[in-house]
Design a protein around this ligand. Structure first.
Ligand code: SF4
Ligand code: MSK
Length: 649
């Protein structure tokens, strides 16, 4: 029997649509998961290899059958190679996104894009000075060209160190150099993994760990960081902004356009085009009450942060949004797009359109978007949606009346001004709050949804437990959307859920206890927030000394493997729910969950129960507080707020 809607999701809007989908006979990711059971244990343990055509080979985990592949590779080698390849795929996804944004900046500086301009001169000038570019008397476009060219050179760098490595605290840079994991060039580091994992190359599991860590670091301190920096330069640095989240943001009376995927280049153009008088008039002439733009997955967070565009949902809600029958167009680019969404193009008048030259989907119309004709392409896409609206059967539209308010738009820069004021921007109130025992520490809770864990439950329960214990939480991506929908990103959430000390800080500076810091690539903002905490002083000399921790309570993608690895390799204890597929190798498992801490100050842990995972993080934060000789916490932790969520499967 299929699991219930409450077992599938803890979010009421999703529960309603899961039931609606079942009544309509629509197949969802949860149905496909349950049809897939039991899943392959060799795959889960990471002990199958398909790296050459003598295989596939698999190792018997009980020690009775084959203990080596045909070439002689052991379980340790196979697990390490598989994990390295997954890390490289994740790093490649973020970094290719970063490359595209950098390239879009270069094209804009050369006057070759339509509708884009440099929106954040201050950040561009700051980057130029960091890169050692002379800016006096130079045109802004010349500065942008030089900055973008230097950044693009980092993707193809063949020797030396990535430019942004210098942003890390000196002791961390030293550890990376000593271990030999300092990233060289973003593309070269990814290629190195693919070469090293070919049959007959690197078979030492611990040596492979270094290769994968280097690649993950080239994502966190390279590709992702460039994606964040140049999105801010091109589209503007986010500031705290109010908006709404959940499926209830869809308006049946309007032309509903959902942008889904990751790269902000197209969605920014769609935001601009949707406000143009000719497009608005066309929507009105079609009988619609305007165009309702909303977002899904990380594209949602990009346009939420900069324009306050509402969020329709996170990863496991993409099919649910379409099942409403109220979406006229879902426009997708890259990453986290389920090919299954094609089904809804057959069922409704909904237009499903893929726009990236890198990604096409069977059954989905491919209309390649390029930055040189951004506005023209965006208008074309909106016209498709207006046509679909005309064909839509209003009787078929079922939209859950569930929506929550939120505040998003926190960045390192905006946290500075929020904490210290426009004229006195600083991180001191945060460090002081930690030192005097009002705030226990800071946690980054990020990542996806996963059908193996009740949707949103892992995120929301973990975050409530953390803030109840006075841990300030920073979030990105689908994790942020989960907590926004649960009302944790409203300032009132401090009074409702946070411990007394955290509440006092939130009240004093006017923030919620859970801060939305952007999309998956914006995890780089969390790294840089840690750098600023170190620089502010009083909490040690390296990130690994800070009372901070990270978590991915519902992760699923290879990108999450890269993120968790670079966060841990930057000195941060990081808990992932679903174990990495490394349980088939004692050497790899023990390195990631132990030995890595000796080398780099941070390590991974695997724990599916979000409350138990939160306590691993709290224990770690307490340990770091004790090592820094910080004062006792000012108040006892708050009593738990009764949860209505069902336990995870
Ligand atoms: Fe088997 Fe070795 Fe080939 Fe992998 S590389 S499939 S372990 S023979
Ligand atoms: S979108 S990578 S499901 S967070 Fe970035 Fe969400 Fe994970 Fe995709």
């Amino acid at each position: 029997m299929a699991s219930s809607s409450e077992q599938r999701s803890s979010d009421p809007a999703s529960q309603e649509m899961i039931e609606h989908a079942a009544a309509c006979g629509f197949e969802l990711a949860w149905d496909r998961y349950e049809a897939m059971l039991p899943q392959c244990d060799f795959g889960k343990l990471g002990i199958c290899c398909r790296n050459c055509s003598m295989g596939p080979c698999r190792i018997d985990p009980f020690g009775e059958g084959a203990q080596r592949g045909i070439c002689g590779a052991t379980a340790d080698t196979i697990v390490a190679r598989n994990l390295a390849r997954a890390t490289a795929a994740g790093a490649a996804a973020h970094s290719d996104h970063g490359r595209d944004i950098t390239h879009a900046l270069l094209l804009t500086a050369r006057g070759k894009t339509e509708g884009y301009k440099i929106n954040n001169e201050k950040k561009l000038r700051k980057l130029a000075s960091e890169f050692g570019i002379e800016t006096a008397d130079k045109d802004l476009k010349v500065i942008a060209t030089e900055v973008a060219e230097l950044a693009l050179a980092d993707f193809g760098r063949q020797e030396g160190e990535l430019r942004l490595v210098s942003r890390a605290p000196e002791p961390l840079q030293k550890k990376w150099r000593q271990l030999g994991v300092t990233p060289t060039g973003i593309d070269a580091d990814i290629v190195r993994v693919m070469h090293a994992t070919h049959i007959g190359v690197d078979t030492d599991p611990l040596h492979l760990m270094k290769t994968l860590i280097r690649t993950a670091l080239s994502d966190g301190w390279g590709g992702s960081m460039y994606a964040t920096d140049f999105s801010d330069v091109l589209f503007g640095g986010p500031e705290p902004i109010r908006s709404h989240a959940n499926l209830g943001v869809l308006r049946p009376e309007a032309v509903n356009v959902v942008v889904h995927g990751h790269e902000p280049t197209l969605s920014e153009a769609i935001v601009a085009a949707a406000q143009m008088p000719d497009i608005r008039k066309e929507a009105q002439d079609a009988g619609a009450d305007g165009i309702q733009l909303s977002g899904m997955c990380c594209t949602a967070t990009e346009i939420l942060m900069r324009h306050g565009i509402p969020v329709a949902g996170n990863f496991l809600q993409q099919e649910l949004a379409l099942a409403t029958g109220a979406v006229d167009a879902m426009v997708v680019d890259v990453q986290c797009i389920m090919p299954a969404i094609a089904d809804y193009g057959k069922r409704f008048s909904t237009r499903l359109i893929s726009t990236s030259k890198k990604a096409a989907f069977p059954g989905i119309k491919h209309m390649v978007f390029d930055e040189e004709h951004a506005l023209t392409s965006a208008k074309e896409l909106l016209r498709e949606a207006i046509e679909a609206f005309k064909e839509r059967d209003p009787k078929e539209a079922v939209v859950p009346d569930v929506v929550e308010e939120l505040i998003a738009g926190y960045t390192v820069e905006s946290i500075f001004t929020t904490l210290g004021g426009t004229y006195r921007p600083l991180f001191r109130p945060l460090n002081h709050g930690i030192m005097d025992g009002r705030i226990r520490g800071v946690a980054g809770v990020v990542g996806c949804n996963n059908v193996k864990i009740t949707h949103d439950w892992g995120h929301v329960e973990m975050v409530k437990e953390l803030i109840r214990n006075d841990v300030l939480v920073l979030q990105t991506g689908c994790a942020a959307t989960a907590c926004a929908k649960a009302g944790l990103m409203r300032p009132e959430a401090a009074e409702q859920y946070a411990g007394k000390g955290l509440q006092e800080i939130c009240d004093a500076v006017g923030i919620s206890p859970v801060l939305h810091v952007g999309s998956c690539v914006d995890n780089s903002r969390i790294l840089l927030a840690c750098v600023e905490m170190v620089k502010e002083g009083g909490l040690g000399d390296d990130i690994s000394e800070l009372p901070v921790a990270g978590a991915a309570p519902e992760w699923m993608s290879e990108k999450a493997i890269s993120i968790a690895t670079y966060v841990a390799a930057s000195g941060i204890f990081t808990v992932c729910a679903e174990p990495f597929p490394v349980m088939g190798s004692k050497i790899v498992r023990e390195y990631l969950t132990g030995g890595m801490e000796d080398d780099l100050g941070g390590m991974l842990a695997f724990e599916r129960d979000p409350i138990a995972a939160a306590h691993l993080m709290i224990d770690h934060i307490n340990k770091k507080r004790a090592a820094l000789h910080l004062s006792e916490m000012m108040y006892e932790a708050r009593e738990p707020v009764e949860s209505e969520a069902v336990p995870a499967k």
